[in-house]
Design a protein around this ligand. Sequence first.
Ligand code: HEC
Length: 51
Amino acid sequence: MQLGMTVHQDFDQIAASAESTKDSQQVLRQLSQAMGKCVACHATYQIRTVQ
Ligand code: HEC
């Protein structure tokens, strides 16, 4: 829940940066950091079939 909410906040900040800066590298860095959370959560919580 906490991790998921921080992802929402990250994307709000990414949107704000995209509007306020012309530095696309900065926005891409923010996107990359936020997507690290996608990977972290999806790697941790998985449904696996048993052989
Ligand atoms: C806090 C944990 C968490 C985070 C962070 C998270 N996800 Fe998920 N994601 C889930 C869970 C749990 C589901 C399964 C939801 C369901 O059962 O419908 C899901 C489902 C999905 C699906 C649908 C998969 C399918 O097969 O239907 C996509 C696509 C997805 N997430 C992408 C992302 C992306 C992109 C991000 C980052 C921006 C992200 N997720 C961040 C937990 C997370």
